[in-house]
Design a protein around this ligand. Structure first.
Ligand SMILES: Nc1ncnc2c1ncn2[C@@H]1O[C@H](COP(=O)(O)OP(=O)(O)OC[C@H]2O[C@@H]([n+]3cccc(C(=O)O)c3)[C@H](O)[C@@H]2O)[C@@H](O)[C@H]1O
Ligand SMILES: Nc1ncnc2c1ncn2[C@@H]1O[C@H](COP(=O)(O)OP(=O)(O)OP(=O)(O)O)[C@@H](O)[C@H]1O
Ligand SMILES: [Mg+2]
Length: 273
């Protein structure tokens, strides 16, 4: 195995194979223990219709069901955060049907995003790029979830998992901004495996991953933007050998995005030198 690969696998905590039932039990227990230890009242998570939030949402609801059955106060707020009308709204509704959340809300991020876009133009005299605006969408979703969390004493869940973490394929302080990460340690195919094990319909577990942040290219596949396949990323994280040029692409992204996987850098930090 490549030297950096071994280091990355240790940091990402990905196992070469998993027992889905064991992963569900461990992660539901983690959510329950964390809620009880912090004295909070439950969880909030944006549900996009993608496979990561489908799993994160279902695990949260399973934790809430168990906490309630044990006599604790607990709520899971599943929040739809569309930018106006979402093209794959059907998938989001299917995810909600599967998750069965105690509470479902819809919080349209369009007015917030458009307001910032207008003020960007006023401030700079220029039109914001579609790419940069995509990151604003992800950050406004974070703001909306923290508004709900602050009001109700909830924890914001994040859906960061191994394949996204290693490539830094998330918006810093956007979808990367969360309190706890119940999927961390799984790669993308393991997320699918666990969702399938929990009984989600194929339309959800087989869905092509998309950040879906661009107006110019709606539903653009992550793999297209990344230029690396999830098959290769997953194999790499399971310790398998992949073509050297693909491994180099992953490692280049890993090194360039270290700043996203740490708390803000201070004068005491040396890791970046
Ligand atoms: N070396 C360094 N040390 C400390 N900070 C550094 C830095 N380099 C950049 N930065 C900061 O980081 C910022 C760039 O990071 P960021 O704002 O995240 O922007 P960036 O990484 O350029 O873009 C986010 C990427 O994540 C993808 N994404 C986003 C959201 C969801 C998903 C998904 O899979 O669903 C994917 C999105 O498609 C895009 O490719 C810079 O503007 C700068 O402020
Ligand atoms: N339209 C949306 N509505 C609600 N939440 C969203 C929306 N888009 C993104 N999110 C939130 O941002 C997170 C990161 O997006 P990401 O695309 O990585 O995950 P996903 O859509 O759940 O799965 P996939 O990566 O397979 O598309 C989501 O898990 C979800 O919590
Ligand atoms: Mg998505």
């Amino acid at each position: 195995m490549r030297e950096l690969q071994a280091k990355i696998i240790q940091e990402m905590g990905v196992k070469p194979e998993i027992d889905p039932a064991e992963e569900v039990a461990r992660r539901v227990q983690f959510l329950k223990d964390y809620q009880l230890a912090t004295g909070t009242k439950g969880f909030v998570l944006g549900i996009s219709g993608g496979v990561d939030s489908t799993l994160g949402g279902r695990l949260a609801q399973l934790a809430v069901d168990e906490l309630r059955a044990e006599g604790h106060e607990s709520d899971f707020v599943a929040v739809r955060l569309p930018y106006g009308v979402q093209a794959d709204e059907d998938d989001a509704q299917l995810a909600l049907d599967f998750i069965q959340p105690t509470t479902t809300w819809t919080y349209n991020v369009k007015p917030g995003v458009d307001g910032l876009q207008d003020e960007f133009r006023t401030t700079t005299g220029r039109e914001i790029t579609d790419f940069n605006r995509g990151n604003i969408k992800a950050r406004i979703r974070m703001v909306a979830q923290y508004a709900l969390a602050g009001e109700r004493g909830l924890l914001v869940l994040g859906t960061d998992q191994g394949a996204e973490s290693v490539t830094g394929f998330f918006t810093k302080f956007g979808d990367g901004g969360a309190d706890i990460l119940p999927l961390f340690g799984l790669n993308k195919r393991q997320v699918r495996q666990v969702v399938k094990h929990l009984g989600a319909p194929e339309q959800l577990w087989a869905k092509v991953p998309t950040a879906d942040l661009l107006d110019d290219q709606p539903g653009r596949a992550d793999e297209d933007e990344l230029g690396i396949s999830y098959e290769h990323i997953d194999d790499y994280l399971e310790g398998r050998q992949i073509p050297a040029d693909e491994a180099e692409k992953i490692e280049k992204r890993y090194l360039a995005t270290r700043h996203k996987r740490t708390v803000p850098v201070t004068v005491f930090d040396e890791w970046w030198r």
